[in-house]
Every structure is written in C-alpha cells, then in structure tokens.
Design a protein around this ligand. Structure first.
Ligand code: TF8
Length: 336
C-alpha cells in the first residue's frame, strides 16, 4: 500500500514536472557583430531588428553590439576571427570567403539569378541549407541569408552600354576568382582589392571603377568619386549572417534557437529595406549628377553570352556537384 501511494505521488509529481515548461536558459552575453558597410546601409535596419528581437526573447540577456565600416576588420579578417572564436558574428559577402569554402563561388557566377524572388527561393530553400551544412564544417554557422543585392558597374571614364565598353577599364573586383575572370573576360583590367580600400582608390584614380549594389554605392559614398553608373545587374551576391561555431557550441539550446529565429525575422526586415532603399539610393545617385544608363535588351543578352565561359571554367574549382545542384534547383524553380 505504501509503495502504491508512493508510486502514485511520484507519478503525479512527474506529470506536474513535465507540464511546467523548463525555464528558458539565457546567459548574459555581448554579441559583437561586425559589418563592412556603414550603419545607414539596410544592414543597419537588419541589425536593429535582430537586436530588439533577441532582447525580447532572452529577457534582455542577449545583447548585440554592432560595428560598422570595417571597424573590426574587413569581411575576410572578421570571418577568420569567428573561426578562431575571438568574435561572435559578422555579416559578410560570401565572395571573399571562397578560400575558406570553394563552394561559395557558386553565388558569384555571372547572371545567376534573374530577380530577387529567384534569389530568395534558392537561398531560403534546400540549396541554402546545403551550403549552410558545408559552412559548419569550416567553423561557421550561417543563421540566415541577407541581401547584398544585384551589382552594378560605376566608373569615371565612360558609360558602359555594351560589353566592349569594358575594354581597358581598371575595375576593382572583390578578392574572388570568379569575379576576376568575369571582368577579364569582358576585356576590363580587373584589380582584386579589399572593400575598405575602394573609396580611396577611386578618389585617387588608382582605379577607374568598381561594382556594387545601389545601396552600397550610396552609403559608402562611391557616387561622390564616380561619373557613370551602368545598370548591369551582372551578379547577385548574398550576405551570410555568420556566428562563430566555436562559440556557438557553448550556447544553450534556447540561445541557439533565439539567434536563428531572430536572424530570420531580421532578414525579412533587411531585405525589405534593401529593396526600398535601393530605389531611393538610385534617385540620390542620379540627383548628384552621376550619369546613369540601362542596358538595352540586346546588349544585356550579349553580355550574358559573353559571360558563359566563366561558368564552364569555374565549375571544377567551385565543385561540379554544387554547380549541378544549383542548376537543377534553378531549372525546377523556373519550370513552375
Ligand atoms: C564588396 C562587397 C562589400 C560587402 C560589405 C563589406 O564589394 O560587396 O560591399 O561585403 O559588407 O566587397
């Protein structure tokens, strides 16, 4: 009888225990998050949303400290700090990281995505997950894909209306072989350079041009030292929102879940800002006296044709399996 009572009491206690949710586990932490761009870039809106979302979920325990304009080093340097566990987070282009994970080069293939919707579908779907899995093996946890955006060419020499107009232009490209070859193949004199050096190189005319989305041409003030903007949309580069795997492994399950959820909430805000501010930036750039030209359809198609050999040349270094998977996902999506 005694044992039965005990068993009953124990049973009740167990049920009670499992009915009361365990208190969520959050530790007071300061998350240093660095950006190469300035705070008025759409990333400013993304980081702000990320900060408030995390504060909400963690009862103020998880704090985000944003750093801007390369204050903690460039994209690559900051990413290496994550890998060695001396910095928590970075929002970086995938392009400068191909030395760490060659598969990331798939995002650099010229004219890969036709529009933002295609980019969102691929990045937020199975392909994005597949790349995230690979990133973990090199010490990086990607919480979400944010938007850097469609890239356009600016220069101080002439309007670029067809691919032959690239000839002899000294154009800064990211430190990335796919970009280097895309521009060489157009006839440009391509110069790989870290983002932090670009403004001065343009200002001193060490280079003629560079390529980035409208929001970056605006918020990094490149339009002040450039005369022409050609709407080439030759590549869409995503941002990775990376967390140090070394530090990640020391977080509680609740902290990890909150970080992932908030990076996605912030992603939606960041993409919205990127798309709205993109138009505003273009108007501002025009208003400053920069001459803006679009490509006509025929020239846009010729440019796309001219870029094709770059795909073939780089498939083996990126990884044939990765390129094929991207191609299959694109085909599937476009058939729908
Ligand atoms: C580039 C990239 C950069 C971004 C930024 C530093 O041109 O597009 O603008 O990675 O976050 O280097």
């Amino acid at each position: 009888m005694k044992t039965l009572k005990f068993a009953l009491a124990a049973g009740v206690a167990m049920t009670l225990l499992s009915a009361v949710p365990a208190a969520a586990q959050f530790t007071e932490r300061n998350i240093r998050l660095s950006n190469g761009v300035n705070e008025d870039h759409p990333n400013g809106k993304g980081v702000e949303k990320f900060r408030t979302c995390l504060a909400d979920k963690s009862g103020g325990k998880l704090k985000v400290q944003g750093f801007w304009g390369n204050a903690l080093g460039g994209d690559l340097q900051a990413t290496q700090a994550l890998r060695s566990g001396t910095q928590e987070m970075v929002v970086t282009s995938s392009s400068p990281l191909i030395g760490i994970l060659p598969d990331l080069g798939v995002f650099d293939l010229p004219f890969l995505f036709a529009n933002e919707k295609e980019a969102d579908t691929i990045l937020d779907g199975p392909f994005g997950n597949y790349i995230n899995g690979k990133l973990e093996t090199v010490g990086l946890v990607n919480l979400a894909y944010w938007e850097n955006g469609f890239r356009n060419l600016t220069n101080s020499r002439r309007p670029v209306e067809k691919w032959e107009d690239f000839k002899g232009l000294k154009v800064r490209v990211m430190q990335n072989n796919v970009f280097l070859d895309t521009f060489k193949n157009m006839g440009a004199n391509a110069v790989p350079m870290a983002f932090g050096e670009v403004f001065t190189a343009l200002e001193t005319k060490a280079i003629d041009g560079q390529e980035n989305p409208f929001v970056t041409i605006d918020t990094s003030k490149f339009y002040e030292v450039q005369k022409y903007l050609s709407v080439t949309r030759h590549a869409y580069t995503p941002f990775l929102t990376l967390y140090s795997k070394k530090l990640w492994d020391g977080l509680s399950k609740d902290e990890q879940a909150a970080l992932k959820e908030c990076a996605v909430v912030a992603r939606d805000e960041q993409r919205k800002a990127s798309r709205e501010l993109g138009q505003a930036s273009l108007e501002k750039i025009k208003g400053s006296g920069v001459v803006v030209n679009e490509l006509n359809e025929q020239e846009a198609n010729r440019m796309r044709e001219q870029a094709k050999p770059v795909w073939e040349k780089h498939a083996s270094t990126i990884g044939p399996e990765t390129v094929k998977m991207m191609q299959d996902e694109l085909d599937k999506m476009r058939k729908k």
